[in-house]
Write a protein that binds this ligand. Structure first.
Ligand SMILES: C[S@@+](CC[C@H](N)C(=O)[O-])C[C@H]1O[C@@H](n2cnc3c(N)ncnc32)[C@H](O)[C@@H]1O
Ligand code: SF4
Length: 341
């Protein structure tokens, strides 16, 4: 089961063990779709490791909102890198889902740089994507939507996975990095969703909690896992990446010792709220736009010249040739080593 996930991490100790267990539990809950899900994950892994380029992206990120109600200290929002924010055009979003269905895309995520649960169209889009047959519909959320029931509505409409960002296991740590967030409300909201699942005897949405491990939260990792791991489907720890804040939040116990072929341009496309398409989630300030989805089809963009150039750079280990790759911080694009005490 472990090979259904790529397992790239700069913080492997806990993730590997938890991932294997979570995957095993999860596959059994996909019911009739279990084989489809396994096939998709194996392709995902192959695209990451074997120089395999699928005919279409396996995954599509659609940014429903580049606005956010928080200003997390190490996020593009907190760092003031996302300006002129708003919600995606509704017709455009439905059209993207239609294209995803036509292309055979396996997985959709409704967020990138903002908070998708602020956009009231979210539950309808979840339903539309599921009714049209998208295998996996998911999103990351800060868990603090303005409309109280929107995540439950998403659950009712068939959302497959909700990934809550919970950076910390104390109110003090969490609120010092998730600026504008309220820890008690977040924990209450997570429990509300878990209660809804229990009361309605639902395996989905799978609930994953993700904690960014920084020099503020690192000492709380063990307690975080001990408290949450039996309550939710999956717990992940992800080291803070430099998104323009430099090393100020780094724990300092990991270093990069080389680059590797980045999996992202082989797995996904990211459509920003304004329609511009990026080849990887690190392109926060849209420095390497590969197309305009308001004009070009996703199918054309997937194999166009810019995408090909991006992949060539990966295959030839010439990361310095493209600025976003040269200055990248995405964990999958590096080889990591733990620094001994
Ligand atoms: C950018 S947010 C967007 C979705 C949503 N607003 C949320 O907070 O989950 C997606 C994920 O990126 C994480 N993130 C933001 N800045 C980061 C950084 N510098 N290093 C690692 N993860 C980061 C967040 O904690 C969150 O889990
Ligand atoms: S809630 Fe998400 S998008 Fe908003 S500032 Fe925090 S990490 Fe960034």
């Amino acid at each position: 089961m472990e090979d259904l996930y790529t397992g790239f991490s700069n913080y492997d100790e806990i993730n590997k063990e938890n991932r294997a267990k979570a995957v095993e539990d999860e596959v059994s809950k996909w019911g009739d779709d279990a084989d489809k899900f396994k096939e998709y994950r194996l392709k995902w892994n192959k695209a990451a490791n074997d120089n395999y380029l699928p005919d279409f992206p396996l995954h599509l990120d659609i940014e429903l909102s580049d606005a956010c109600n928080l200003k997390c200290a190490y996020c593009a929002q907190g760092l003031g890198m996302v300006t002129d924010v708003g919600f995606i055009n509704n017709d455009f979003a439905y059209g993207l889902i239609d294209q995803a269905v036509e292309m055979g895309i396996c997985s959709l995520k409704f967020n990138w740089r903002g908070e998708a649960a602020l956009n009231p169209i979210l539950p309808d889009l979840v339903k539309y994507a599921k009714d049209k047959g998208i295998l996996e519909v998911q999103m990351n959320t800060n868990g603090l939507p303005k409309k109280k029931d929107i995540l439950i509505e998403c659950a009712k409409n068939g959302m497959d996975r909700l990934i809550f960002s919970v950076d910390g296991f104390s109110k003090e740590s969490y609120e010092s990095v998730r600026i504008g967030g309220n820890y008690d409300t977040l924990v209450k909201n997570i429990h509300r969703l878990l209660d809804w699942k229990k009361e309605n005897d639902q395996a989905k949405p799978f609930v994953r909690l993700q904690m960014v491990r920084s020099n503020v939260t690192a000492h709380e990792v063990d307690d975080f896992i001990a408290y949450w791991q039996d309550k939710v489907d999956d717990v992940r720890i992800s080291d803070v990446m430099d998104r323009g804040q430099g090393g100020s939040f780094s724990v300092g116990d990991r270093k990069t010792i080389g680059r590797r072929r980045c999996p992202q341009p082989y797995q996904r496309l990211i459509v920003a709220r304004d329609g511009r398409v990026s080849p990887c989630c690190a392109d926060w300030d849209q420095k390497f736009v590969v197309g305009d989805a308001t004009k070009d089809s996703l199918k054309d963009i997937w194999k166009n010249k810019r995408m090909t150039a991006m992949r060539t750079v990966q295959e030839k280990d010439q990361h310095d040739k493209i600025d976003i790759c040269k200055n990248c911080y995405v964990k999958e694009s590096f080889i990591w080593e733990k620094i001994d005490d």
